[in-house]
Write a protein that binds this ligand. Sequence first.
Ligand code: ADP
Ligand code: MG
Length: 288
Amino acid sequence: MSQPLKIDDGRRPLELVPGQRAAAPQTREVAICVDQVSKRFGSKRGDVQAVSDASLTIGRGEFVSIVGPSGCGKSTLLNMIAGLMPVSDGRIDVFGKPVTGPVHELGVVFQQHLLLPWRTILSNVLLQIEVRKLDRAEYLPRARQLLQRVGLGDFIDRFPDELSGGMNQRAAIVRGLVHDPDVLLMDEPFGALDAMTRDQMCLDFHQLSREQGKTVLFITHSISEAVFLSNRVVVMSPRPGRIEEIVPIELDGERHVDMRDEAEFTRYTRHIRRTFERMGVLKEERRR
Ligand code: ADP
Ligand code: MG
């Protein structure tokens, strides 16, 4: 029998000492602190509770994924962290500062690439610099270098409709990184891509985010993608989204495509699948 996985209870951010809910972690600087956050949307047909009492602390340089069924409140949580919508209850801090409006230290990448069709790839990337009123000349070399790094070096003067979905999504990732934010928030960024492109993007993005030393919060509904990319996987319940558990992923060394078939890897994916089965999100398979 292999060792049981070490699982956090999900109520308490992993690094915190019991009883110190929102205190600084023992080991590293806190990038994002979500403390007992809830979100209700009001509507004529009654309130919708989208997120319920979520607490999560993410340290600088960590890669954390959130997995959960459609409609469980993942995007709502991400949008609240980005300061794009207010919390109903609780508190969110980014690098120790309470989030009260759009947080400029963040980069955000969405499922749709949202590139402007009338601007070239390079000028779409530089839009990020323009809206932040940063010095274009200073960031131009970084924009070119990052586009080169993701394989778009020969396409910087092309328009989005001349490129494939995967290429546009790479450009959107560069746009999220070009202003050198400490934290990148990604909402199902590979969701619109075919399976093969998605696997490759996953691998490339893992390397890129490590090289750039970024803190990443990554939303996905793919258990395997979450395990592959992350230091920790946050499992959310169906709506109203609660954090059901947080699974530290202790896989050594470089990621490679074949590792998804290895026993160490499938232990994690199986564990998370069982958690979803227990919550009634996935139907239990008949097991021998
Ligand atoms: P996910 O990203 O996990 O698929 P969302 O965060 O988009 O889920 O949505 C969570 C729940 O909140 C859903 O039931 C959705 O219909 C509802 N919701 C999201 N945004 C709004 C809004 N602006 N107004 C009302 N309800 C919303
Ligand atoms: Mg969503």
